[in-house]
Ligand binder design. Structure first.
Ligand code: HEM
Length: 487
């Protein structure tokens, strides 16, 4: 806890308990009298929302596990039974499945908040790194959970991802077989994925305790990014932060409920309503929306670099995309914490957010999808006319197939006129495909951390940072009270 304890046990019982196990003191100092920066905005309520998400997932998950059967023959049907026959099973299953998306939505806002306001900077490096560990554990948990309903996407998603391990030299294939519990995704895979999916949320719980502990040691950052100097900069956690958290939680729950009750399948993939079939590969294997940016990075590399195959390159980049977050506190060289006072960094940050969104889009598309092409496909044929004269004819189209069709038509006309076709040449236009787009986006993703933030921190001239939170608030209030004078 930051600062000395202000807890005074009132009743006899409280005094008795305080001498033996000071939990009331801990609660009081953490959630009642905890000095909270007075300038926090609503982005600081997402920690509370995330705590709610974690509890919701654990509680609904435990109930689901009472009815779920982790066997390849029964898993799909057991989920259907939960949805149709178990009292309120439809509700619990829907909350759990939708809850995963809500959890990630909240965590992304929480992380972007941290990035924008520089909450990862000293002395909160460890707080941030524990956050990254939580995020990684969330990704693994979500991936494992998605396999459990044993639908087509469950099965093929697991196949694609475990297959990526084979790209690692020497140890890759043994790791893949160890993960699968055999030579293919089968019953042993399902049972171990279920076991780990049940275990990991408790690891996340432990990490969250460390996260909040670290937070209470350093104190909270705030939108102005200046440290708390004295009492004038803070307000007690209760009622100020508590009420704000409750308002946010209420809105979040309303949105959550809208998905649970009206759009329970909107965020999932329809193919997962088809039972897993190892003999039938779906045309597009895609993960859930919250993992799509990483999927795009994984597939962005379609060329090998020396001994590094395309597959290994993609895997390294995907791991690196999370790894770079660990190094972030030392990569950002700026002395100013909040981007509120960093006009240039702010622009690059906005581009970064758009890039992450675009990576998500790219991850959901077929890698060969053409986004832009310079001109049409053109097939030019040469023929010798009845009198021996050379003749040319052309078929063009947006796709090669369309060009071929048009070409065949022209050729038929030429043949009907008595000419003999000799040869043909195809002109392929330049095509900008999803893979190339993903490569550009991946480049920016890494450049943002490895080049832009380190260089900008040294070169950028920041705005004037207020000395204290109280002064920042005072300046804002003065401007609001007398806007003309400010102008
Ligand atoms: C289960 C997931 C998580 C939970 C329950 C959680 C919980 C919290 C809570 C309660 C706070 C204080 C209130 C607030 O600032 O909103 C907080 C702050 C913070 N969290 Fe998390 N968090 C989670 C995941 C993450 C992740 C994934 C990251 C980053 C990778 C992260 C980074 C931070 C940072 C840097 C702060 C300090 C913010 C500041 O004071 O400016 N957290 N978290």
């Amino acid at each position: 806890m930051s600062g000395p304890s202000t807890y005074v046990p009132k009743s006899g019982f409280e005094q008795w308990l305080d001498k033996r196990l000071p939990v009331m003191r801990l609660m009081h100092d953490s959630f009642i009298d905890y000095p909270t920066p007075r300038n926090l905005n609503y982005f600081w309520t997402f920690g509370a929302i995330l705590t709610l998400c974690l509890i919701t997932q654990v509680v609904t998950g435990i109930v689901l596990a009472m009815h779920y059967t982790a066997s390849v023959d029964l898993a799909f049907d057991s989920v259907q039974r939960i949805k149709r026959d178990v009292p309120f099973g439809w509700l619990i299953q829907s909350i759990h499945a939708t809850g995963a998306s809500m959890f990630f939505l909240a965590v992304y806002i929480h992380m972007f908040r941290g990035l924008y306001y520089g909450s990862y900077k000293a002395p909160r490096e460890l707080l941030w790194i524990i956050g990254v560990a939580i995020y990684l554990a969330m990704i693994i948990t979500a991936f494992l959970g998605y396999v459990l309903p044993w639908g087509q996407m469950s099965f093929w998603g697991a196949t694609v991802i475990t297959n990526f391990f084979t790209a690692v030299p020497i140890v890759g294939t043994p790791i893949q077989q160890w993960l699968m519990g055999g030579f293919a995704i089968d019953n042993p895979t399902l049972t171990r994925f279920f076991s780990l999916h049940y275990l990991l949320p408790f690891v996340i719980f432990g990490l969250v305790i460390l996260h909040v502990w670290a937070l209470h040691v350093t104190g909270q950052n705030n939108p102005d990014g200046v440290e708390v100097k004295d009492k004038a900069d803070t307000v007690p956690f209760t009622p100020y932060a508590t009420v704000k958290d409750l308002v946010s939680v209420a809105f979040f729950v309303l949105m959550f409920a809208a998905f649970v009750f009206f759009l329970p399948d909107a965020l999932g993939h329809p193919d997962n309503y088809i039972p897993a079939d190892p003999l039938k590969t779906p045309p597009h294997i895609v993960p859930e929306w919250y993992l799509l940016p990483f999927y795009a990075i994984l597939r962005a590399i379609d060329f090998s670099i020396g001994p590094i195959s395309a597959k290994l390159g993609g895997l390294l980049l995907m791991v690196g995309a999370i790894g770079v977050l660990v190094a972030l506190p030392w990569l950002d060289t700026s002395k100013v914490r909040s981007m509120r006072y960093r006009p240039l960094a702010r622009i690059f940050f906005v581009i970064f957010v758009v890039v992450c969104g675009a990576l998500g889009w790219a991850g959901g598309q077929s890698p060969d999808k053409v986004i832009w092409q310079s001109s049409s496909f053109r097939i030019e044929g040469q023929a010798t006319g009845p009198g021996g004269a050379a003749q040319t004819y052309v078929g063009a189209g947006v796709t090669l197939e369309a060009a071929e069709k048009a070409f065949e038509k022209e050729k038929a006309k030429v043949v009907a006129a008595g000419a003999a076709p000799q040869s043909s040449t195809v002109t392929t236009p330049f095509q900008f495909k999803v893979t190339q787009f993903s490569q550009l986006l991946t480049l920016y993703y890494f450049a943002f951390f490895l080049l832009i933030l380190p260089i900008l921190g040294l070169r950028e001239t920041p705005g004037r940072v207020p000395e204290t939170i109280a002064k920042a608030i005072g300046a804002k209030h003065a401007a609001a009270a007398a806007p003309d004078r400010e102008a």
